[in-house]
Every structure is written in C-alpha cells, then in structure tokens.
Design a protein. Structure first.
Length: 298
C-alpha cells in the first residue's frame, strides 16, 4: 500500500464513520494519528478534503474524488490479486470438460493420458451425458466448464467453435439383428424396427430427429436413454437400433458386438463434432494444452 493509499484509507474511514474521533475508535488508534494522516494528504494535494457540518465532518468535492479513486484502485488490486492467485495455482488447479458421450473413448485414450503426463497435479473433471438437459455449449457459455466436445451444428456468438468431420451417421445393430447384413439402410426400413433414442436436447439426437424429419417420416422410439454408451449396449443386446457414427462405437464394432450400417440419405452422409470454448475465456495452461491436443486430433 502506498503512502497516498494509506492516507486515503484514513479519509475513507472518517467519511464512513462521520468524524475523526469515531474513525479513530473504529480503527483502534489515537484521533491525532487520523488527523495527522489527513492533514498530510491535504498538504500533498494542496486542497481541503473535509469540511465541518454541525457536529460531523463531510467530504469536500475533492475529498469525494480521492475516496472514489481509492475505492476503484482497491477493487482493481483485489481483482489483480485474485487473478495472480489463480495463476499461481494453475499447475495444481482443475480443468472441467464437458465431453459428449460419443467422444469419451477417444478423449480418454488420446487426450487425458498426455495431459496427465504434462500436468500431473491438475484435476481433470469430465461431465458427460448425465448432465442433460444442460447442453454442453450452454455450460461453456456460463463458465460451468472450460471446454466442451459436442455433436451437431452450433452457432452462438458467445462461443469459439472449431468444427470437425465425424463421418456418416450409421444405424448400429447387433450381428444377430435383421439389418446386420445390409450394406445400407433406408429411413423407411428403419421405421420397421425398434429404435433407441437419446434425449431430444442432445446434439446427436437433434441430428437424428432432423434426418427423419427431412425424410418426411418422423419416428417414435421404442426406447430412450441418456447415454450413448447405454444406447450402444442396448443395441448390442439385439433389442433395437441405435444411431451414431462408427467412430463413436469403434470398440464395440472391433469386438464384434455391433455392426454399423450407413443410412441411405444425403443428410446422413456426414456429421459434425465441435470443440467449444467461450469467447474471451483465458484458459489455464493445462486447459489450453488440452484444447490444442484436441485440435490436433481432428
């Protein structure tokens, strides 16, 4: 605290308490100390800062300006202190990422391992589909999470969005399912089978709904769940048809638990994933490293 700040602090206390003696009692000091500090400040500035009105003293116009300036500087110092404190703790801080359930496997296998090696003391918190109906990009915009990996088109001026190709949308079925032998499947054929949907608020389900709508054949699901992983398990059990890209179901497909059948519709030929952060958000070093890793993966 500079000398000017210290003297302005005494001036603020006198203003708040209504007098020099009351300010001294509040500060547990002698009134002469308070008087001396204010006289010193008035001499330094060359103008009166206090004026007596009855039994109380009031700030002059100049005094009010000094107090206002002191309060503004104190706020700035507080904000700076908070920022520096956060920077000091970045190496042992936390990164919160909202990861669409269809992206979890690749995120864990290709991103988390490298981040944990570079920032071993940083806590990485993952929020997935169990957080619906809070949309991942809304969580980013409100600073609930640092970064989101989500599905489907996003247009929001509050966000920085890096979009990437996810491949065609497929119908996922068990090897024993009636559709398993098909090279492609039409929307009309899909309607002949029990369908497994996700919540309507999820980006991938919005894409599926738009696909059926574009084909002029709205669908009613037989089952609904809130996780891609549960949807895949239901499909691998042979009880219905799930919808996502082959990349999202790679482990089950490679294990022979699921077949990915491309959907015969122009809209299903490609799908979009997104990497999202808030405009103006200064990411911590660990979060920034994570962002760059995910950018490089696409």
């Amino acid at each position: 605290m500079t000398l000017l700040d210290k003297r302005a602090f005494y001036l603020l206390e006198v203003s708040s308490c209504g007098g020099i003696r009351a300010a001294a009692e509040h500060l547990h000091t002698n009134p002469s100390v308070v008087s001396r500090q204010i006289r010193s400040l008035e001499q330094a500035l060359g103008m009166a800062l206090l004026e007596r009105q009855g039994r109380h003293v009031m700030l002059t116009e100049a005094g009010q300006l000094v107090v206002d300036g002191f309060l503004a500087q104190r706020r700035l110092n507080s904000e700076l202190g908070d920022t520096l404190s956060r920077l000091r703790n970045l190496q042992a801080g936390k990164v919160v990422v909202s990861v669409g359930d269809g992206f979890v496997d690749s995120f864990i296998n290709h991103v988390m391992k490298r981040v944990s090696e570079h920032y071993p003391d940083v806590l990485i918190e993952i929020k997935t589909g169990i957080y619906y109906p809070r949309e991942p990009h809304e969580m980013v915009a409100s600073d609930e999470v640092d970064i989101a990996i989500t599905y489907g088109p996003i247009s929001d001026p509050r966000l920085v969005v890096h979009s990437f190709e996810r491949g065609p949308l497929c119908a996922l079925v068990a090897p024993s399912h009636a559709l398993a032998g098909h090279e492609r499947v039409s929307v009309a054929e899909l309607l002949q089978h029990k369908l497994i949907f996700l919540p309507d608020v999820s980006g991938s389900q919005q894409f599926v709904n738009a696909l059926f709508g574009a084909a002029g054949q709205p669908a009613t699901p037989a089952y609904r769940c809130n996780l891609h992983s549960v949807s895949r398990r239901m499909a691998s059990a042979g009880i219905g048809v799930s919808f996502m890209t082959a990349a999202a179901a790679r482990s089950e497909i490679e294990a022979g638990l699921l077949k990915a059948i491309p959907i015969d519709h122009p809209m299903a030929a490609s799908s979009q994933g997104n990497l999202v952060k808030r405009v103006g958000r200064r990411l911590s070093p660990a979060a920034d490293y994570l962002w760059k890793l995910m950018m490089a993966m696409q």
